[in-house]
Design a protein around this ligand. Structure first.
Ligand SMILES: [Zn+2]
Length: 67
C-alpha cells in the first residue's frame, strides 16, 4: 500500500496519505484539494526526513530499489 507525502498549497500543511488508485487527496487540516504530492525526485534540497529515504542497498534514496 503506497503512502505518499503531500503538502497543502493552501495552508502549507504537510501530511502523509495512504492512496488507493485515483483516490482524491485532500488536506488533513483545511480539507482543500489543492495539494501537491511530494516526489522524492524533487528533493533538490537534500534529505529532510531520514526515515523515508534510502533503502537497504543505498543511502541516497535514489536507487532503483528505493521507493
Ligand atoms: Zn490545507
Amino acid at each position: 500500500m503506497p503512502i505518499f507525502e503531500y503538502i497543502c498549497k493552501k495552508c502549507g500543511q504537510e501530511f502523509e496519505k495512504l492512496v488507493f488508485g485515483n483516490q482524491k487527496v485532500t488536506c488533513t487540516k483545511c480539507n482543500s484539494s489543492d495539494v501537491q504530492k511530494k516526489f522524492s525526485v524533487f528533493g533538490v534540497s537534500g534529505v529532510e526526513n531520514p526515515t523515508s529515504s534510502g533503502c537497504s542497498s543505498c543511502s541516497s534514496g535514489s536507487c532503483s530499489s528505493c521507493k
